[in-house]
Write a new protein. Structure first.
Length: 125
């Protein structure tokens, strides 16, 4: 059980750390406006994604988050990582960028699997 908790928290902290770091970058790094334009994305999406990443990270880090909300956070981060990979590949960026997206997606899957290992669903008969 202790090993499972360590794996869960390590994967979750990697995932949320990356999401919070990118949200901070989206909000305060002026070069990100150009990066979003390069990907063909509007500036308002950068702001929306910043808010979503902050809220999703809180949902995964706070212990009192309802399970359904936590599921939405995992799903949202999964869509975000897959969409980022597609956007970068479609815009002609290097395939090497996908190493990051893939490794963070693996962190997401590990966090999700171990969350459910540590918190099995309650079945009401």
């Amino acid at each position: 059980m202790k090993k499972d908790k360590i794996i869960y928290w390590t994967a979750t902290l990697i995932l949320t750390g990356v999401m919070l770091w990118s949200a901070f970058n989206f909000a305060f790094n002026p070069e990100m406006k150009d990066a979003f334009a390069h990907l063909g994305l509007p500036n308002w999406f950068r702001i929306e994604l910043t808010v979503a990443k902050l809220l999703g990270s809180l949902a995964l880090l706070l212990p009192f988050t309802p399970p359904k909300l936590r599921e939405f956070a995992y799903f949202g981060f999964g869509i975000t990582l897959i969409s980022a990979a597609i956007a970068h590949l479609s815009s002609g960026d290097s395939v090497l960028l996908e190493i990051g997206h893939t490794s963070f997606f693996v962190s997401l899957v590990v966090s999700y699997v171990y969350y459910h290992k540590l918190h099995p669903p309650v079945v009401v008969a």
